[in-house]
Ligand binder design. Structure first.
Ligand SMILES: [Zn+2]
Length: 166
């Protein structure tokens, strides 16, 4: 099964690599929902998270944890969301999404919070949040240039090094 992440793991396709070892690679997402969005990917091909063997799980999530810290340090978002749906690229990856006030993910989670009753809001408020989310979605994702990708990658690498040296 050949997909884009298998090809990147083999070095057959270009990527903006933040970190790489024998099992795991961390790359900048070139189609980000949010600037600075990063993917943590096992080099071996698995489709869903529950297919990863025990010996990979620890290093995978350990990497997710360190990259999360590096992203907070490098980009200073209010939070980082972890997203894994498993339905776009059929090779397991976790998407680390910086969440900033008022961005599309912030709006999305605010809609989902309202839907779940946290906090309890009227249907008018819920509809207003959905409208907010809809208008951001219609604008399309942020256009991130190659220079910005490289800049974010370098910022992350520096933060990663600083974290590992402390
Ligand atoms: Zn693959």
């Amino acid at each position: 099964m050949e997909d884009v992440f298998c090809r990147i793991a083999k070095g057959e396709e270009k990527s903006y690599t933040v970190y790489s070892d024998d099992k795991i690679m961390v790359i900048m997402d070139i189609y980000p929902m949010s600037k600075g969005q990063t993917l943590v990917i096992p080099k071996k091909h698995f489709v869903f998270f529950y297919e990863m063997p025990d010996d990979l799980i620890y290093s995978f999530y350990k990497t997710v944890n360190i990259i999360g810290k590096a992203m907070i340090k490098a980009f200073n978002p209010k939070a980082i969301a972890l997203i894994a749906r498993g339905l776009r690229v059929p090779h397991y990856h976790l998407i680390l999404v910086p969440i900033r006030d008022g961005d599309i993910n912030d709006k999305y989670f605010s809609v989902m919070d309202a839907y779940q009753g946290f906090p309890k809001v009227s249907s008018d408020v819920l509809l207003a949040r959905i409208e907010d989310f809809k208008s951001l979605a219609m604008k399309g994702r942020p256009q991130v240039s190659e220079d910005e990708l490289i800049d974010d990658m370098n910022k992350l690498k520096i933060s990663l090094k600083e974290i590992q040296n402390t």
